[in-house]
Design a protein around this ligand. Structure first.
Ligand code: ADP
Ligand code: MG
Length: 397
């Protein structure tokens, strides 16, 4: 459509007035169509030139953000039209690409309800010389979307609480049964008025004590797994944390004939993490890896940058897992070990979620297992990365 108009302009002197009228009519109907599309969408749209003068605003805008009620806003500066200073400030910063970590969501009281509006600014490179750069500002109502997300998070939490609670109920059944049996034995001895030997009494008491200890550890582990974590995220270099962990576990690994390979990326952006919790997650994973390599093997700790994510891999050459096992390992109390608690990976998963990270497994029976943890690179560090890649490219050119 654009090319057609450009061509028409080039040979305008060869066109008669009828043809020109026809072209203008077509243009007008195209413009009308575009406008009715923009009017029919649920989002607010404002178009401005690079001096932030408004050239178009659909009527939906007014329903989403506080704006002046003028009939003709064409050519007016944006600052005269948008009445909310926070939204305006955000847009002006976005235009100058000085965003940092600002939140693009704004809340407004609408009657008795609160409405959340997301503001997005796009730069539009126009081919026309008259307007060399312009901006498209979009307002979207994300109230419903945010509420759905919160609901989902809550129900996920609730679901994991339910499985945890079911797990605890199951776990405490055995110790309670053992305690019940031994109390009955004591009761019978009393009822028959038999004298109880000290040895027997010792045995019964030992069982009762042991089971009480077990019950206690089930409850303590459970509480640790379900209690909200006291997470303190700080910007830091994970390589340093990983080095610390390596020196901590290396002696024990050596004792178990497991060699440790450090494969760390040379330069990584900083991450927002809780050092204490990350160490705990890694130790749980390393312990599992060691358990999987009873006859020795190789443990590789690797870090790498993958787009907007930093990955940490823990790779072992141990017994591996079947597909079936892989599907269950994050469930609380799932264990294939005689003395396992089945809570190690539940805690790892929880720690990862606290960091907005994720965890994936790759495993083959008899070959080994790789756990990959991914952490989002904070926005402020992304800018630094972008800058680095720009300057590198400049040097190469
Ligand atoms: P636990 O170690 O107490 O059994 P976890 O939650 O740490 O509990 O692990 C659950 C199960 O996942 C383990 O019992 C084991 O079957 C499996 N698993 C975890 N890590 C590995 C690994 N590196 N290699 C093989 N199996 C593993
Ligand atoms: Mg474990």
């Amino acid at each position: 459509m654009k090319n057609f108009v450009q061509r028409a302009i080039q040979k305008i002197d060869q066109l008669d007035s009828k043809q020109i009228v026809e072209i203008l009519k077509n243009q007008a109907s195209d413009a009308e169509m575009l406008e009715s599309v923009l009017e029919s969408i649920q989002d607010g749209v404002i178009l401005t030139d690079d001096h932030m003068r408004v050239h178009y605003a659909n009527s939906r805008c007014r329903a989403l953000v506080p704006m002046v009620r003028l009939k003709n806003i064409d050519g007016l500066p944006l600052s005269r039209i948008i009445e909310d200073e926070h939204v305006l400030r955000y847009i002006l910063l976005a235009v100058r690409d000085k965003h940092q970590d600002e939140n693009n969501e704004f809340t407004f009281q609408k009657g008795s309800a609160v409405q959340t509006i997301a503001v997005t600014v796009y730069t539009y490179q126009s081919s026309s010389e008259r307007i060399n750069a312009s901006f498209v500002i979009m307002f979207s109502d994300v109230t419903e979307h945010n509420a759905n997300e919160a609901r989902l998070r809550r129900s996920e939490n609730l679901a994991s609480m339910t499985t945890m609670a079911a797990g605890v109920a199951h776990e405490i059944k055995n110790p309670l049964a053992a305690m019940g049996i031994h109390l009955q034995l004591l009761r019978k001895a009393f009822d028959r008025k038999e004298s109880l030997t000290i040895d027997d009494a010792e045995r019964y008491l030992a069982v009762l004590e042991e089971e009480i200890t077990r019950l206690n550890s089930i409850v303590v582990d459970f509480l640790f797994a379900v209690r909200p974590m006291d997470t303190r995220l700080r910007l830091g270099q994970i390589t340093k944390t990983l080095e610390d962990i390596c020196s901590f576990v290396e002696p024990e690994l050596e004792e178990n004939k497991v060699s440790l390979v450090r494969d760390f990326a040379t330069s990584l952006p900083r991450l927002e993490y809780d050092e204490h919790l990350l160490k705990q997650a890694l130790l749980n994973l390393i312990k599992n890896a060691m358990n999987a390599m009873e006859n020795g093997g190789k443990l590789t700790l690797q870090t790498l940058l993958d787009g907007d994510q930093v990955l940490i891999r823990i790779k072992d050459t141990g017994i591996g897992m079947s597909e079936q096992t892989q599907q269950k390992i994050f469930e609380p109390y799932f264990t294939t070990k005689a003395t396992g608690t089945g809570l190690g990976l539940t805690v790892v998963y929880k720690i990862l979620k606290e960091h907005k990270g994720d965890i994936t497994i790759h495993s083959r029976l008899g070959e080994g297992t790789t756990f990959t943890l991914s952490f989002p690179v904070p926005k402020s560090e992304r800018l630094a990365l972008k800058w680095e890649s720009v300057t590198e490219a400049d040097y190469e050119a």
